[in-house]
Write a protein that binds this ligand. Sequence first.
Ligand SMILES: Cc1cc2nc3c(=O)[nH]c(=O)nc-3n(C[C@H](O)[C@H](O)[C@H](O)COP(=O)(O)OP(=O)(O)OC[C@H]3O[C@@H](n4cnc5c(N)ncnc54)[C@H](O)[C@@H]3O)c2cc1C
Length: 265
Amino acid sequence: MKESELPVGQTHRVENVVSELEGYDLWAADTALQESVQRHARAAAAQRLQPFAQKLGQQAYLQLGAQANRYRPELATHDAYGRRIDLVSFHPAYHQLMQTAIEHELHSLPWTQPGPGAHAERAAFCYLHTQVEAGHGCPITMTFAAMPALRSTPELSFWSSGIMSRHYDPRNIAAPHKRGLTLGMGMTEKQGGSDVRSNSSYARAIAAAGRGAAYELTGHKFFLSAPMSDAFLVLAQAPGGLSCFLLPRWRDDGEKNTLELVRLK
Ligand SMILES: Cc1cc2nc3c(=O)[nH]c(=O)nc-3n(C[C@H](O)[C@H](O)[C@H](O)COP(=O)(O)OP(=O)(O)OC[C@H]3O[C@@H](n4cnc5c(N)ncnc54)[C@H](O)[C@@H]3O)c2cc1C
């Protein structure tokens, strides 16, 4: 058809471009993934990954990734009456991605189903879900990665069991009232990224000092991804040197902790 013969309103033909990549099976289309899973993961892993991958390739599901990036999170530091709230609200698409990830244990699989091949299976799930959207992988990975640190301190067992839940609970309420928990990390400071020993935030014991005791932290962090996480592993200088603390967004007495957000990057 010549350009001059195009129907009214059509200015040109779209040619020599690919069609949208949607409505396909991310598992069936990925021989390398199938072989890797067969080699490194448990025998049952493929049966779990297959329906997951099929769901992700659907047009409506891929749209969630686009929406979660197009509609950016918004920070509200105060409510209408001037009270500090430090809330970040996300588009529903982001919550949907988080829910799928947590329901499939992308944040916990090697902890809830340990054994040879567990990490490879989780890696395959993450590899698939990242093809839809990458940003939500940050809180998912931080929650997953917090477990070894949490397990080193028996006083924090509430938190290690909370992150093994398969429920995504985004409500802004204290952790004991939630059905599932996520964790973030606050390590980097302006002068200390790779070299966290140069962190200047400091910790002061409220009563008894030592592992599992309560501390008050003072300082400023430069990166704190996923600020709506229920708690954060935070580095600060203790009298004995740099140490790692669990900082919940809500305190045990039901009050908001004084973790204040300055801006979204
Ligand atoms: C998207 C994103 C999300 C992040 N989220 C978080 C978060 O949730 N929590 C958090 O705590 N941090 C977070 N970070 C911060 C991240 O951990 C730091 O950016 C990282 O640790 C590097 O620190 P820096 O940016 O200060 O770089 P620098 O440490 O200043 O490094 C700058 C450059 O110097 C090089 N360099 C540094 N030290 C050495 C050395 N000794 N020898 C040779 N080369 C060196 C580095 O390789 C790099 O190329 C995030 C960063 C990004 C980009």
